[in-house]
Design a protein around this ligand. Structure first.
Ligand code: EPZ
Length: 428
């Protein structure tokens, strides 16, 4: 087991290169299963969720050739299985995408229910509704989600709730279905546009990705292609929040400013000076953050995956801020950890009232999920003293080289092994 040990109280300065987007990568890699030939995928982030997805792809019988640390070639021509086991699936949410990809490729799928961060219930009823509309028979047998079809046919599908996963899964099942599929009330996240661009580069016919109405005209074959994943808007937002919280001045390279619009807008409200270039953003903070109200919503609203990080900044802002979680039922589990550090937060259902304090105090805390873990790092960076963070495997699911990247910005952060509860500090 390992911990992060952080010496806080320093302003971040310097440059950070943003990696490929986790939520685009975990959708595009299953989509490769739909191709007739090899695909080269570039700008993959080196994170455990990507490693887990590649493991699933290997067990399905596809050939994987690692070209470099962020590029793989995958040949799905000899896939010989439609099963994704519990052991493979329940560490992450994105395993559910193999339902759409395998139904789309072979009219058959058997996938264990997905795992992922615990935000209360995480149903897949809209995914199932989409597959059934396309003509698949769906069932739960021995704890596995079973899908069978005698060919899929295009359909009109209205999503009862804006769902990233359901939008992605329906696209994967529909790209080779016979006829036209229309998804209404579709999610509009950048990673959905990235998936559609990838599939269209293989010969798919997808229109409207990024809007709430997506039209997919089924094609018979999808050829191999080369594709580079978009930069990660949430990783970028996380480093921006750390700069704002510590009064720093950082340059983020390899970003798409357009994907950061709502994050930039709220940080400007908090008093940050943000300059946008083509593929770079500079964040400079030379004052205590101002209070700010946040409501998370599906894109283009403020992203829910930035909620813990921005709430942590607000714990040391002037005045009282209100954060309303508009996507998940229970995404404030991390607040208990911030309270241990002296934060003043009252949570009532999907709303948190945050009264800014002068500073947080160092304390031993836990990463309760992926983005909450990133928020604990931000909290440790702002507290004067040593903060230790446990359960950091959550963080490694979605942040590439987070210690190296924060260290390059001047942070005092170390990954240390823990044996029998004792931190083993390397001898100097
Ligand atoms: C994706 O999860 C992301 N995960 C999440 O990011 C992100 O928080 C979420 O989208 C919202 O942006 C990946 O992309 C791997 P949803 P997903 O389906 O697809 C309800 C991170 O930090 N719903 O958009 O599971 C659901 O309960 C992770 O990178 C149904 O009711 O989210 C929720 O209230 C954490 N029925 C809302 O829709 C369904 O069938 C949005 O969920 C599906 C969803």
């Amino acid at each position: 087991m390992e911990k992060f040990v952080i010496g806080g109280g320093k302003a971040l300065k310097g440059e950070v290169r943003i990696s490929g987007a986790k939520n685009a990568a975990v959708a595009i890699l299953p989509a490769v299963m739909l191709a007739d030939g090899p695909c080269i995928i570039e700008n993959l982030p080196e994170i455990s969720d990507v490693a887990a997805i590649l493991n699933v792809i290997k067990t399905l019988g596809a050939e994987i050739r690692v070209i470099n640390k962020s590029t793989v070639e995958i040949n799905p021509a000899h896939i010989n299985s439609f099963v994704v086991s519990k052991e493979m699936a329940n560490c992450m949410r994105a395993s559910s995408y193999f339902l759409g990809a395998l139904l789309g490729r072979m009219n058959r799928a058997r996938v264990a229910p997905p795992g992922g961060c615990n935000f209360g219930v995480r149903p897949i009823d809209q995914h199932i509704k989409g597959f059934e509309a396309l003509g698949a028979e769906m069932s739960i047998e021995n704890g596995m989600v079973e899908g069978r079809a005698h060919g899929l046919r295009g359909a009109s599908i209205y999503l009862d709730v804006v769902s990233v996963g359901a939008t992605i899964n329906i696209i994967l099942a529909a790209v080779k279905a016979k006829g036209l599929t229309v998804i209404e009330n579709a999610a509009r996240e950048p990673h959905i546009v990235d998936l559609a661009n990838f599939l269209n580069s293989m010969g798919a016919d997808i229109m409207g990705a990024g809007t709430s109405v997506i039209k997919i005209r089924g094609v018979d074959t999808l050829k191999g292609t080369s594709y580079s994943i978009i930069p990660d808007q949430i990783e970028a937002g996380t480093y921006m929040a750390a700069a704002v919280a510590t009064g720093g001045d950082i340059m983020l390279n390899n970003v798409t400013p357009k994907h950061l619009e709502s994050i930039i807008a709220k940080m400007r409200e908090m008093g940050a000076e943000i300059t946008e270039y083509d593929e770079t953003v500079r964040v400079c903070m030379n004052r205590r953050p101002k209070k700010c109200n946040i409501k998370t919503l599906p894109h283009p609203g403020f992203p829910t995956d930035m909620q813990p990080q921005i709430a942590t900044v607000l714990t040391v802002a002037e005045g009282t801020s209100i954060v309303t979680e508009g996507v998940w039922d229970s995404r404030f589990r991390y607040v208990d950890q911030l309270t241990l550090m002296g934060a003043d937060i009252q949570v009532d259902g999907k709303m948190a009232v945050i009264t800014g304090v002068d500073h947080l105090n160092p304390a031993p805390v836990k990463a309760v999920d992926l983005r909450a873990g990133a928020a604990m790092i931000i909290a440790g960076l702002t507290a004067n003293g040593i903060t230790e963070i446990e359960d950091i495997d959550h963080i490694d699911r979605g942040y590439e080289n987070i210690v190296e990247k924060f260290s390059a910005l001047g942070a005092d952060i170390r990954r240390v092994p823990v044996i029998d509860g004792r931190v083993i500090l390397k001898q100097a």
